[in-house]
Design a protein around this ligand. Structure first.
Ligand SMILES: [Fe+2]
Length: 181
């Protein structure tokens, strides 16, 4: 049975109204995996004739969670980053995305060292949750297609981006774009 974008947004809204916490976000992750299998959703937003790049396809008017689609032509490895006070769920449509989770330790001078703690690959049909302040990086090949759901509009959310080589962290303020992904 088809599970539409509208179905997903109704379910996500209902879950967040009851459980805006880690267990609720895990329920949304499972719902996103249903949406990833919906042929009409994939054809409409991530088909061969769909617009390239990122599109925001939904923003909840009251709770402000967002659904974005990524129809990417070029390979990309993102820097480690978080989404500030927002959570994020990534769901794969085609190809794959390699996910790395990082841990951070700050010293008394507020220098932040990070190290990778686990990696996993999202295959088509699979979704992965990164909770509030969880540091992650993503790596996908050219022509990868995926969906991302965020707790808020990331264009208005401050977040951290880490440089592993220099051991520095940048705080990205509300810039209106989300180049870190
Ligand atoms: Fe991210």
């Amino acid at each position: 049975m088809a599970y539409s974008l509208e179905d997903f947004c109704v379910d996500a809204r209902g879950i967040l109204l009851k459980s805006d916490n880690s267990s609720g976000r895990e329920m949304i992750r499972q719902k996103l995996e249903l949406l990833l299998c919906d042929p009409a959703f994939c054809a409409a937003y991530l088909g061969p004739d769909s617009a390239l790049g990122m599109q925001q396809v939904f923003q909840d008017p009251k709770l402000h969670f967002c659904v974005l689609t990524y129809n990417m032509t070029k390979q990309r490895t993102s820097p480690p980053h978080d989404h500030g006070n927002s959570w994020a769920i990534y769901g794969q449509i085609s190809h794959y995305t390699d996910m790395t989770i990082w841990s951070a330790v700050s010293d008394e001078l507020e220098n932040t060292q990070i190290k990778p703690v686990s990696t996993f690959r999202l295959q088509p049909g699979q979704a992965g949750l990164f909770d509030v302040h969880e540091i992650h990086s993503i790596d996908y090949p050219s022509d990868a297609k995926f969906v991302r759901v965020t707790g808020v509009d990331m264009a208005a959310e401050s977040r951290r981006v880490f440089d592993v080589d220099t051991g520095t962290v940048r705080k990205i303020e509300q810039v209106g774009t989300d180049s870190s992904r």
